[in-house]
Design a binder for this molecule. Structure first.
Ligand code: PGA
Ligand code: ZN
Length: 426
């Protein structure tokens, strides 16, 4: 095995194309070519319920194309400025290339060249580096001193909020087969429960159309009613609800229903304290092990309080409020906000900064859950990133739809090729 640090990034070309994501919106495909002939490609993801502090996704705003969502400007930035700057240059490693991209952009939030342009280049370069070194991508990405690990897949099987046109305000209801003996069994548990869930929803008269992440989007208003159906599906599929079988993880994405200092959710108007009381009851009544964005990104006092109240028994994940930003996560850790971070490469815009955010979590004893975006391509980078960093958790949608299962299928292939890799929560 070659040490990737000893393989320089000798870039001869970078080329971007405007392609489509899973929501029929334009995004970028970026191909990096190295001097040894290696080529590697990346597809750039895109979110819908974004945090305000995310690195900026550059869109054309030309109403004549794709309703203004075209990315020809970002594509032009890759094929122009970025290619001109990096072509013919040799970087000692990925961190050096990413630092050069950040410096070339020159803004704090990557708004000039576009985080979509930069992250596509960074991911393609990371993949090229691994291929050139003769390593699996996860081997090449693994930080020194970190034990790679297969994650518990978190299958988002019921979609609401900004990801579905139903009456459900909570955005994501996930199945987490924490008790599975291995990755393949965890995938099977998720898929069998998803299938059972479809039958149960159908029998109860609900539509079984899918939301953006491949989960069902039934017209159910009360989260309690979804949770009851999930428990029924887990049991029907022959599994045990809870941490020794299939537990449930929520992403209410509460920033989306927080207005004027209150939470407008499931037909109620709740204060921050009332939301925390509700989560206390929900996590007592149902086998919920993790809640992401239970409160809105600006509700800092609420976040501190929910961490005090529930943090010792429930994983509390910061997404909109953390935006995979090393500086923001460091500050939040100092304030004892949450006990885990969601990790999305395009929220911060380079692979190096993503790895730094994950290192900060590890050092502070915070968990990290790697995540796709609601708009995805067939790119499987996040599967390798999760294994490399030993994070132990990956959420990448339902066990359905090509752009979602591509990541789970990549995990299955890694598990098959490397049977000695440990599986499970970190
Ligand atoms: P997004 O949602 O990709 O639409 O931002 C995912 C999430 O909120 O975790
Ligand atoms: Zn989220």
């Amino acid at each position: 095995m070659t040490n990737p640090d000893s393989t320089p990034l000798d870039i001869t070309n970078v080329h971007a194309v405007e392609i489509l994501d899973s929501r029929s919106r334009p995004t970028l495909s970026v191909t990096v070519t190295l001097a040894d002939g290696t080529t590697a490609r990346a597809g750039v993801p895109s979110g819908a319920s974004t945090g305000s502090g995310e690195a900026v996704e550059l869109r054309d705003h030309d109403p004549a194309r794709y309703g203004g969502l075209g990315v020809r400007t970002a594509v032009g930035n890759v094929n122009g400025e970025i290619a001109d700057a990096v072509k013919g240059r040799t970087y000692a490693n990925l961190a050096d290339l990413d630092a050069a991209l950040i410096a070339l952009d020159g803004t704090a939030n990557k708004s000039r060249l576009g985080a979509n342009a930069i992250v596509g280049t960074s991911i393609a370069a990371a993949r090229a580096l691994a291929t050139s070194a003769g390593l699996e991508l996860w081997q090449s990405l693994a930080p020194a001193g970190v034990a790679p690990r297969l994650p518990v897949p978190h299958f988002n099987v019921v979609n609401g909020g900004a990801h579905a046109p139903n009456s459900l305000d909570f955005q994501e209801f996930m199945l987490a087969p924490i008790g599975a003996p291995g990755l393949a069994e965890a995938v099977r548990a998720g898929a069998e429960t998803y299938t059972a869930l479809k039958k149960i929803l159908h029998a109860k008269g609900y539509a079984t159309g899918l939301g953006d992440e491949g989960g069902f989007a039934p017209d159910i208003t009360r989260p309690e009613d979804v949770l009851a159906v999930l428990v029924e599906a887990i049991t029907t599929a022959g599994y045990t609800p809870g941490r020794n079988g299939i537990a449930i993880a929520l992403d209410p994405a509460a920033s989306e229903f927080y207005r004027d200092g209150a939470y407008h959710v499931a037909g109620q108007t709740l204060s921050s304290a009332e939301m925390i009381d509700w989560y206390d009851r929900l996590t007592t009544d149902y086998p919920i092990w993790s809640i992401e964005d239970g409160l809105a990104e600006g509700d800092t006092d609420g976040w501190i309080e929910i961490t005090k109240r529930l943090g010792s028994r429930i994983q509390l994940v910061g997404d909109d409020n953390f935006v995979t930003n090393p500086a923001i996560i460091t500050e939040a850790i100092g304030k004892h906000i949450a006990n885990a971070a969601l990790i999305k490469v395009n929220q911060i815009g380079t692979v190096t900064e993503t790895l730094e955010a994950m290192r900060i979590c590890r050092d502070a004893g915070y968990a990290a859950m790697v995540s796709h975006r609601s708009g995805e391509t067939e790119d499987t980078f996040i599967a390798d990133l999760t294994v490399a960093t030993g994070a132990g958790q990956l959420k990448t949608g339902a066990p359905a739809r090509g752009e979602r299962i591509a990541k789970y299928n990549r995990l299955l292939e890694i598990a098959d090729s490397y049977p000695d890799l440990p599986f499970g929560l970190n």
